[in-house]
Ligand binder design. Structure first.
Ligand code: WT7
Length: 656
């Protein structure tokens, strides 16, 4: 089969950086960016060395990059501590008493922790871990909701050189057990309960069930979020607050090798056993901090709100390590975006006078679905910059975000990256880049990426192909924990080192590059559909559907068809308040709409209306399940990462 992916989305609106966005920006104006990029791309290693110098090093590195495909070591010989960079460093500056975290609980309480206070709690908790026998290099599990203590736990691990393994608080006991066992965790930190959607989630009971199957787990530490009436196993389980009371408040940050493992984070992808993505200290922190500062164009008086969960890489890099290394004020929210009403984020932006807001396209589409009357009730004028991450943002959602949330004045940074890349790789720089809805624009300075054919030859402008990274970058994953061979196979076998290729990282994404050099992500290559010999990215067809006034969200998959090879099935959810009298007429209208937007060949053969689409807990549509549904009716694959199983049951019932 050919490797060509036809790209059919056309979008040309341009948004050059405004005078306001350029004024005082760290990188101001297209010419400045062009100069910086030319220099950085000619010598990425020197560029990232410059970025690394913004951190505090206990000992300097001797060699900036040691690269033996696919094994990278950055800042070899250097020693540093991530927690020291995120905390201690600020205590000698006027930031000492600045808010590091402004936290809002779902029920409505708020807590503010200054850098000094966060430093004290982290030091105490580091002593708690040491007291339980945790040593440098041990793995510590964190299975918590969005509470400041989750950040404290992560940084305390970093302080003593323990490697944290955060498991999203919405995952089941099974998922926790698998991830603890695979990583060999010795301690698990959890809560009695987590607060979510107005009720409590029994985290401790799930942790207990997991611990039963984890022989290596010696201790459970339980933070009390609810009323604390949970079973505690004597000798194994400890209350967070009791240990903290007894712990000394000073704990020096240990000097760690730049390549010391900072964390493991499991990513499931759509198939197979979860992969323990391993990130190390110096390179990761360098790129997390540089990208956070420059892409969000951080100023000292910013109030920055990232809506991700700490259980995902976005939470690691852009709630914890990037922002805190830069001394930013971070707003952290515990609960559901729709609690008690679908206006929670907007209320929080007004309440805390948020200036930078970073969220996901799936959330934006959900807000569009519930209607703009919700954000309209709030004063969002403090905002000056918006960001998105997680999947291609359809131009419709981009425009809504731009006008309704950003008041037409805020630049939008559409940031492309992956759990594996550790930090942002492709993104506009708000004071310098002209943006167009739907593209993450260009690789950052010092990041070399390309769109190529399967044989490694570059694609022509606008020709769809495979997105590769052609030079190692500081925050790249170092391996899949305990499985170097799977690491090589998954990311480095598509374009291995050869006479003609130095060895490239394959992202798994399809993309095209336009004439200006902007990269348009078409989606995961696994999600590409083949219709009458054309390979189409489902994201583009979905984007066309969503540009219709009645549609909130869409997912397109293929089912085998005797004539066309494949037929396209579109699952569509309608906007709030849309109640079509004649569903068949609407189906016909939607097919015509796609035909008009991108052409006849992309018209779905079948449209099914649904109440909701099956999504992972991080909001990605699980097209694999829909594919299984339309091909055989049965869903056989793994559904443990599905956010809400009932969605699938409803879809299946519609089928019968
Ligand atoms: C995949 C990585 C990185 C944090 C959240 C997701 C897709 C991510 C974008 C974007 C188009 C995007 C890609 C990528 N993706 N950001 N701005 N535009 N697609 O992390 O779960 O590791 O997923 O998300 O397909 O490969 P992840």
């Amino acid at each position: 089969m050919s490797d060509r992916i036809s790209s059919v989305l056309t979008e040309h609106r341009q948004f050059p950086p405004s005078t306001d966005a350029r004024k005082g920006a760290h990188i101001s104006g297209a010419a400045a960016l062009k100069r910086l990029k030319a220099k950085a791309d000619a010598d990425p290693v020197a560029f990232w060395e410059g970025a690394a110098r913004a951190l505090h090093w206990q000992a300097p590195w001797k060699q900036a990059l040691q690269w033996k495909v696919p094994q990278a070591k950055w800042f070899v010989g250097g020693r540093l501590n991530a927690a020291e960079n995120c905390l201690d460093r600020h205590l000698q500056t006027p930031r000492a008493n600045k808010a590091a975290l402004i936290w809002e609980g779902e029920p409505g309480e708020t807590r503010t922790l200054t850098y000094r206070q966060l430093h004290r709690d982290v030091s105490r908790f580091a002593n708690v871990l040491l007291g339980l026998g945790v040593k440098k290099g041990d793995v510590v599990g964190i299975y918590m909701g969005m509470v400041p203590e989750a950040v404290v736990a992560m940084l305390a691990c970093a302080r003593i050189g323990a490697t944290h393994n955060v498991v999203f608080g919405g995952f089941s006991a099974d998922a926790v057990a698998e991830r603890m066992n695979d990583s060999g965790a010795v301690v698990l930190i959890t809560q009695d309960v987590a607060m979510r959607r107005g009720t409590t989630v029994e985290l401790k009971l799930a942790a207990d069930a997991a611990a039963k199957r984890c022989r290596g787990l010696k201790h459970l530490i339980v933070f009390r979020r609810g009323n604390g009436t949970v079973p505690m196993k004597a000798g194994r389980d400890h209350w967070w607050h009791e240990l903290m009371e007894a712990a000394p408040a000073t704990c020096p940050p240990v000097g760690l090798d730049a390549e010391h493992p900072l964390f493991i984070l499991y990513t499931s992808g759509s198939t197979g056993k979860p992969k323990g993505i391993l990130h190390t200290t110096g390179g990761y922190l360098t790129q997390a901090a540089w990208t956070h500062k420059h892409i969000f164009d951080l100023r000292d008086d910013d109030v920055y709100f990232c809506t991700a969960d700490i259980g995902w890489i976005t939470g690691h890099s852009y709630i914890v390590y990037g922002p805190l290394a830069n001394g930013a004020t971070v707003v952290m929210y515990e609960g559901a975006p729709t609690y008690p009403e679908p206006d929670r984020f907007w209320a929080m932006i007004e309440r805390h006078a948020v200036t930078i807001f970073y969220t996901a396209p799936t959330a934006i589409r959900a807000f569009m679905k519930s209607g703009e009357s919700w954000p309209r009730r709030y004063d969002l004028s403090s905002l000056r910059l918006l960001g998105t991450v997680g999947e291609p943002i359809n131009p419709e959602a981009w425009m809504w975000y731009h006008s309704v949330i950003g008041g037409g004045r805020c630049p939008i940074v559409d940031t492309w990256w992956q759990t594996e890349t550790g930090a942002i790789m492709i993104s506009p720089l708000p004071g310098a880049t002209t943006t167009t809805p739907g593209t993450a624009t260009q690789p950052l300075p010092g990041i070399l990426a390309d769109v190529v054919h399967k044989d490694g030859t570059p694609c022509k402008p606008n020709e769809g192909g495979l997105l590769v990274i052609t030079h190692p970058w500081p925050s790249m994953l170092r391996t899949i924990f305990g499985n170097d061979e799977r690491y090589r196979q998954t990311y480095w076998s598509e374009f291995p080192k050869s006479r003609t290729c130095p060895g490239w990282y394959f992202t798994g994404d399809g993309a095209r590059k336009d004439k200006k050099g902007n990269i348009w992500i078409i989606g995961r290559v696994d999600d590409v559909v083949n219709v009458s010999g054309h390979r189409l990215g489902t994201a583009e067809i979905e984007s066309a559907l969503v540009s219709h006034k009645t549609v909130a969200e869409a997912a397109v998959v293929a089912r085998p068809d005797e004539v066309k090879g494949n037929a396209l099935v579109a699952f569509v959810t309608l906007k709030h308040g849309v109640a079509p009298k004649n569903l068949d007429r609407l189906k016909a209208e939607l097919r015509e709409h796609v035909g008009a937007e991108i052409g006849h060949i992309a018209k779905p053969d079948e449209i099914r209306f649904a109440e909701a689409l099956p999504k992972t807990r991080s909001g990605k549509i699980m097209r694999r399940l829909l594919r299984e549904l339309v091909t055989g009716g049965a869903v056989q694959g793994d559904t443990t990462t599905l956010e809400d199983l009932s969605v699938l049951e409803t879809l299946r019932a519609d089928e019968d």
